[in-house]
Structure formats: structure tokens, C-alpha cells
Design a protein around this ligand. Structure first.
Ligand SMILES: Cc1ncc(COP(=O)(O)O)c(C=O)c1O
Length: 385
């Protein structure tokens, strides 16, 4: 075998740079009160989901054994996709193995050379990677900046198709995209609107199908991507939209075509998650109440947070080392909060990302806010940590 000494040296040097910048990650299992997972509705370990998963595994086995286009397909995929489409209010839906795969699939399937894609500067890495894999021209616009976006869209008069890509609730900032304004702009400029509902599906809207529903913009959305590993408690993602677009994805989306189908039993668990969303709307109401209480408790304790009302609350701390130190101190006090560092967020904006779930009640909010305020005083800005 060739000597890999030079490669090993290069990797060691890169890791050392990463470490020196305070960016080295470690894999750590959950411990303490959950304020960092995306299990907003508490469905991941729900006995009814677990029961359906186990029961379905006895029927379908573990693996699907092949791509859906070959021997990997089972009717349960289609059944739950139909149910999801009805929930979302679209003609059809297609299940992918992850939100990452879904975003790559959607973008690489529809964006062609000559097209232009307008992308919010804070979009998730999976959207960025999907766009980068295409030869469409990318136009990055400032975060949620409707005025700039309107000008850019109106100026763009080429023959290619225009796309607008955004998250509906931004995963690291906890703020919402101005979807109503985007919908009107897309109508005016014949732009296909693609919305990633990763952190909104299951939580917003009367049926809980997301912010597209809550804001009443479904008619103006081309496709939505709805992860199933966050509020829905399982994994994968449903892409929802018109039947012709979903059919095109079945034919052409490479992460769908060239990958073994996910375990069919997951769809049984997701079916149960959709039933629980219907039967227990109070779960999503509770998440929103808890988020409201958390925000109030933090404000009362003097912790600066953005003026929003969602379940994702960023506490911007600046340098990575400071964010790490504060997160570690909170972990020692029994709170599972994680520091988010570049490149996940822009340089100089390392933060705690507090994600409030159905179990994070008022007592936890108060204890956490007091602990955080005290720890922030122990680790002030610019103390070189
Ligand atoms: C906005 C957004 N889109 C897509 C994804 C990817 O979804 P998944 O974790 O299912 O791959 C995530 C989460 O990681 C996300 O936050």
C-alpha cells in the first residue's frame, strides 16, 4: 500500500488548526435536561411510535434491501406519503432518507444551467450543498431582506427559471422567513418558491403542518421539504408539492434513485406521529407556551435574546471559546445545552442554541435562566477564554 504519511501529516495539521480555533467537536451522548435536541413534541421515545416501529419491523424486517425503484419499495411508503401530502395540503409527497438527502435531491433535480437561484445567506448547509452541486447561478441575499430580494428578482430578466430557496424557521437563529412577502414576489416574478420547513413542521399552523399553513401561502409554494427527524420524532424527510414535480423527483432525484430505501418500519412510526399530531394538538400549543415562558424568563434574568416567539432561542456569545465555556458550565449544572460554532454560524457569532420542547416547563425555564445569567457574569466578553 502507498505510504499515507504525507496525507496523515496534512490531516493532523488541519485538525490542529481546527482545535486551536476552538472548533474541534466531540461526540457526546445526551445527558441532563434536554434543551438542545429537535425532539420538540417529545415523540422520539413515545411508546406509541416505538410500538408501531417494532410491530412493523416484525413484518418488514430491518432493511428495505434495495432502492425503491428496484426491490426496496413497499406499499407503506406510498400510504404514508399520501397521508403526508393530505396533511400538508399538496397533491403528492415523496419520502427521503434524511432532510439533507431531500434538499440535495430537490435542488439537483430542478435547477438547470441557465437558471438562477436566490438563496438567503443563512440557509442550512444542505440547501447550500444542493445548490452548489448544480450549474444554476446562485444569488445570495441578506438574511430575510425583502427589499433587496425584490430588487434582485425584478432585475433578473434572463430566460432561465428563477428559484427562491429559504427555510421557514431558521435553524440557528430561530427567526421566521417573511413567507407572505416572498409569496407575493414569487407570483409577480414567476419564481418557484422552495421552502425548508425542517423546524416548523409539526409545530405551526392549525393542523401543525408548518409555517406555510400558518401564513396561508400554500398556493404560492412550489415545494416544501419537511424533515421527519425533528418534531416528528423519527428520521427522513417528506418533500411535498404538485404531483408532476414529485413524479419528476421519483425519476431523477439522485439521492432517491441511487440509494437503498430507508427501513419501511420507519414509515409506520411516522404514521403514528401524524395520528398524534391530529389527536393531540395541545402538544404543539405547549411547545409554544414553553418557548414563550423561556423567552420571558431569559429576558427577566437579563439575558439578551432576539425579539421572536419561536421555540429556537439563540444566545449569541461571540467567540467559540466563550460559547464552549458557558455551555460546559451549564452542562455541569444538568442542562444539556450545546454551543454552536462556525462554520455552522457566521464567524464571531458562536452561540448557545436553546431549543425548547414540550417538557421544558416554567420551572425549568426559571432555573435555566437564572443559571445562565449567573454563568454569563462568570464568563464576561473579552476575558480571553
Ligand atoms: C433547516 C434544515 N434543513 C435540513 C436539515 C437536514 O435534515 P436531516 O437532519 O433530516 O438530514 C436540517 C437539520 O439538520 C435543518 O436544520
Amino acid at each position: 500500500m502507498a505510504s499515507l504519511e504525507a496525507l496523515h501529516r496534512r490531516v493532523r495539521a488541519r485538525l490542529a488548526e481546527w482545535e486551536a480555533a476552538g472548533l474541534r467537536r466531540v461526540l457526546r451522548p445526551p445527558s441532563g435536561i434536554d434543551l438542545s435536541s429537535n425532539d420538540y413534541l417529545g415523540l422520539a421515545a413515545h411508546p406509541r411510535l416505538v410500538h408501531r416501529l417494532v410491530e412493523a419491523a416484525r413484518i418488514y424486517g430491518c432493511g428495505a434491501t434495495a432502492s425503491r425503484l428496484l426491490r426496496g419499495h413497499r406499499e407503506i411508503f406510498t400510504e404514508v406519503e399520501r397521508r403526508f401530502a393530505a396533511f400538508k395540503g399538496t397533491e403528492a409527497a415523496l419520502y427521503f432518507a434524511s432532510g439533507y438527502a431531500a434538499n440535495l435531491g430537490v435542488l439537483t433535480t430542478f435547477l438547470e444551467p441557465g437558471d438562477v437561484v436566490f438563496s438567503d445567506e443563512r440557509n442550512h448547509a444542505s440547501l447550500i450543498d444542493g445548490m452548489r452541486l448544480t450549474r444554476a447561478r446562485r444569488v445570495i441575499f441578506p438574511h430575510r431582506d425583502v427589499t433587496t430580494l425584490a430588487r434582485l428578482l425584478r432585475e433578473e430578466v434572463g430566460a432561465g427559471q428563477k428559484f427562491l430557496v429559504t427555510e421557514s424557521l431558521f435553524s440557528m437563529d430561530g427567526d421566521r422567513a417573511p413567507l407572505r412577502e416572498y409569496a407575493a414576489l414569487c407570483r409577480e416574478t414567476q419564481t418557484a418558491l422552495i421552502v425548508d420547513e425542517a423546524h416548523a413542521v409539526g409545530l405551526y399552523g392549525a393542523r401543525g403542518s408548518g409555517l406555510i399553513e400558518e401564513l396561508g401561502v400554500a398556493d404560492d409554494v412550489f415545494l416544501s421539504i419537511n424533515t421527519a427527524g425533528k418534531a416528528l420524532g423519527v428520521c427522513g424527510a417528506f418533500v411535498a408539492g404538485p404531483a408532476w414535480a414529485i413524479e419528476y423527483l421519483v425519476q431523477r432525484a439522485r439521492p432517491f434513485v441511487f440509494s437503498t430505501a430507508p427501513p419501511p418500519a420507519l414509515l409506520a412510526a411516522l404514521d403514528e406521529a401524524l395520528t398524534l399530531l391530529e389527536e393531540e394538538p395541545e402538544r404543539r400549543a405547549r411547545v409554544r407556551e414553553n418557548a414563550h415562558r423561556f423567552r420571558a424568563a431569559l429576558a427577566e434574568a437579563g439575558v439578551a435574546i432576539p425579539d421572536e416567539d419561536t421555540q429556537i432561542i439563540p444566545v449569541i456569545l461571540g467567540e467559540s471559546a466563550r460559547a464552549m465555556a458557558v455551555a460546559a458550565a451549564l452542562q455541569r449544572e444538568g442542562f444539556d445545552v450545546r454551543a454552536i460554532r462556525p462554520p455552522t454560524v457566521p464567524p464571531g457569532t458562536a452561540r448557545l442554541r436553546i431549543s425548547v420542547n414540550v417538557h421544558a416547563d416554567e420551572a425549568i425555564a426559571k432555573r435555566f435562566a437564572d443559571a445562565l445569567a449567573r454563568i454569563l457574569r462568570e464568563f464576561p466578553h473579552g476575558r480571553g477564554i
